[in-house]
Design a protein around this ligand. Structure first.
Ligand code: DGT
Ligand code: MG
Length: 242
């Protein structure tokens, strides 16, 4: 079957060398193309490590991770980078211009595509205000760009790449609630057909997700829709109350 971007974890266990307790313990789930899978859980629960495992920043000690049935460790890192775009929890910009940063994942994207990605990522206005627009210089690390702007450029960069799989690691919690809402309203059209995985802190970011995974201490302790988890899962109820 053609590449679609289905991600499957089967009994994945991962621990850092020397640590006595695994950081991810026996995790199994499927994230389907065209659907949004959300991951929520307290700090240190293992959400970032789970996303990083998909990109093979580390490899699990046990279990398997596949994309469309193919083990991720059978893909080259270049193939993986074309298939999966991660918006990291701490976005990184390199020295260059706004345009070169946005084209990181797909060098042949034209300016109209960059503007469209910026529109979705709620970054269009601040780039238009720059004297040189898309050609505005960015210093290494993005130190001449505010944290919120870095976040939006990082989201736009992922959109420009048009991958099969989007991983958003806590990409929306630094945005104010109104911007978060506008971005998420624009996102489904922009990512249509892709597999979307969103790590979130705010429940309001993920209430519409097709599937929510609740993580605690490296384990997936609940899964379902918002309404299902609200009715049945104590950890989720606690997150909603807090
Ligand atoms: P967050 O971002 O604060 O909401 O927390 P999570 O859920 O993203 O947590 P995560 O995946 O960064 O960390 C899970 C656990 O793994 C936590 O106990 C810290 C530990 N850990 C993370 N990165 C490393 C690392 O590079 N080396 C070691 N030894 N431990 C790490
Ligand atoms: Mg994290």
């Amino acid at each position: 079957s053609p590449a679609a971007g289905q991600i499957k974890f089967e009994n994945v266990t991962f621990g850092f060398p020397g640590a006595e307790k695994p950081v991810i313990a026996d995790a199994s789930f499927v994230a389907e193309p065209g659907k949004t899978t959300a991951i929520i859980g307290s700090t240190g629960a293992g959400k970032t490590v789970l996303l990083n495992l998909m990109l093979r920043l580390y490899d699990p000690q046990e279990g398997s991770i596949t994309i469309d049935g193919a083990p991720v460790d059978a893909l080259t890192r270049a193939q993986l980078a074309r298939t999966v775009s991660l918006v990291p929890q701490r976005p990184y910009l390199f020295g260059g211009t706004i345009a070169s940063n946005l084209r990181f994942g797909r060098t042949d994207a034209n300016d109209a595509e960059l503007w469209e990605a910026l529109r979705v990522a709620q970054g269009e206005d601040f780039v238009r205000e720059k004297e040189l627009g898309l050609e505005e210089p960015v210093s290494q690390g993005g130190t001449n760009v505010s944290g919120g702007q870095r976040q939006r450029l990082s989201i736009a960069r992922a959109l420009v790449a048009k991958p099969l799989v989007y991983l958003f690691d806590d990409s929306f919690s630094a945005l104010d609630v109104a911007t978060d809402a506008r971005l998420r309203a624009a996102l489904p059209d922009a990512t249509e057909g892709a597999t979307t995985i969103i790590v979130a802190q705010r429940v309001s970011t993920i209430t519409e997700a097709d599937q929510i995974l609740v993580m605690e201490g490296g384990e997936i302790v609940g899964r379902g829709t918002h309404d299902e988890l609200l009715a049945t899962n104590e950890v989720y109820q606690e997150i909603v109350r807090s």
